[in-house]
Design a protein around this ligand. Structure first.
Ligand code: PMP
Length: 399
């Protein structure tokens, strides 16, 4: 492997060298350069944006708009179609409530069984409001791929909202044909890229979606900022998700005239620091990808997969043909939470549970699984430690 994990760029690797952090699918650790940018913004430019006539306010606005341009460039988009949201969750809630659809009872929304709760609950709420029907593409238990979907798509389908990669199995789904067929039907198409963004060069305009969203804390940025790309058609037709200051051209006692561009999706004071960190995190990620991060993580994942597969007491969830460096498993002998607690005692951080994707575990009749997710600061030695700790647990506790 030629890629060298940049451990010196992560403070926690110096402070806690014994910690193997395998929960990056939940939140990545943040590189020093991103933290420096964030601090620099607060120390040298911070003020409220867009409304100030003084120099520091202009500097803050400049930072914020530069972050927008940088994030847009990182995902192959133009800044005029990229807005900053608080999180993937809030963006999906906003989209669900404000999609320009004249809902009729019985209209359908197509999701998959692999969706994160963030891409289910907003649609359940909308369905309850308008008497809509949610339909789910199932996930094949053997392959980890999306199952038959053609019969689920029809003239009643008004929205198709799908995750690009599963946050449990790591499968990177081939969504493009589904999105193309959905658009042909006239449905709005939404892609939740929260789990894909750290592992591929997103080209949002080529997915065939009307909206693509991801949280920056999944891509070496900080929490409090999500990047939401909208097609020109959706941007123009959608109402703002929330209303308030910063998105109006004029307000009377009875009425407000709203701006029409991308800023209409950013009412109120934005999280400028997190947006600056988002752009910095994406730039850092891009640099690491050029150094070979992707292949490095796939090799690490392969190392882990092979080792785990040799343990008959563990069952691995299928990961599909293309996958992010995420592996989930369970044991008939031990509870997932017990495994995670045992590993924590060995300074190994993994996550156990339903991972906010309960529908998938229900479909597959699994109560909980352990998830190991990899990022730039993980090493082959950490994989060996993880496997050794699992073996030690097995030897100690197995009947
Ligand atoms: N979608 C997916 C696929 C996710 O993995 C997550 C985060 N676990 C979310 C949505 C929600 O992201 P956030 O918590 O940042 O809103």
């Amino acid at each position: 492997m030629s890629y060298q994990p940049p451990l010196e760029q992560f403070e926690f690797c110096q402070q806690q060298p014994e910690l193997a952090y395998f929960d990056s699918a939940a939140s990545c650790q943040v590189p020093q350069s991103v933290l420096t940018k964030l601090l620099d913004y607060y120390q040298h430019q911070h003020a409220n944006v867009h409304r100030a006539s003084y120099a520091r306010g202009r500097a803050a606005t400049q930072c914020y708009e530069q972050a927008r341009r940088d994030c847009a460039q990182a995902i192959g988009a133009t800044a005029a179609q990229v807005s900053f949201q608080a999180s993937t969750t809030s963006a999906l809630n906003g989209l669900a409530q404000q999609l320009p659809v004249a809902w009729q009872a019985g209209d359908e929304i197509l999701l998959s069984s692999a969706e994160h709760h963030a891409n289910i609950l907003p649609w359940q709420r909308l369905a309850a409001q308008h008497d809509l029907r949610l339909r789910f593409i199932s996930l094949d238990r053997a392959s980890g791929e999306l199952g038959e979907w053609q019969h689920l798509l029809g003239p009643r389908t008004k929205v198709v909202s799908l995750t690009l990669a599963s946050n449990i199995t790591g499968t990177r789904f081939a969504l493009e044909p589904i999105l193309a067929a959905a658009q042909q039907q006239g449905a709005w198409t939404i892609v939740d890229a929260a789990q894909a963004v750290a592992h591929e060069q997103l080209a949002v305009t080529q997915l065939g979606a009307d909206a693509v969203v991801f949280s920056a804390h999944k891509a070496y940025g900080v929490a409090g900022c999500a990047v939401l790309w909208l097609s020109q058609a959706l941007l123009a037709a959608s109402e703002p998700f929330t209303v308030g200051g910063g998105i109006v051209t004029g307000v009377t006692k009875s009425h407000a005239n709203l701006v029409t561009g991308i800023h209409k999706f950013e009412a109120g004071t934005p999280n400028v620091g997190a947006a600056v960190a988002a752009a910095s995190g994406l730039a850092w990620l891009q640099q690491q990808q050029q150094l070979g991060l992707h292949d490095y993580l796939q090799a690490l994942r392969q190392q882990l997969w092979q080792q785990l597969q040799q343990r008959a007491w563990l069952t691995l969830l299928p990961t599909g043909k293309q996958h992010t460096p995420v592996i989930a498993f369970y044991s008939d002998e031990f509870q997932a939470h017990d495994i995670a607690t045992w590993l924590d005692q060995h300074q190994i951080a993994v996550r156990a549970g339903h991972h906010c994707a309960q529908i998938l575990l229900q479909d597959w009749q699994l109560p909980a699984v352990v998830r190991v997710s990899l990022a730039a600061y993980n090493t082959p030695a950490q994989i060996e430690r993880l496997v050794a700790a699992l073996d030690a647990g097995w030897q100690l506790f197995a009947d």
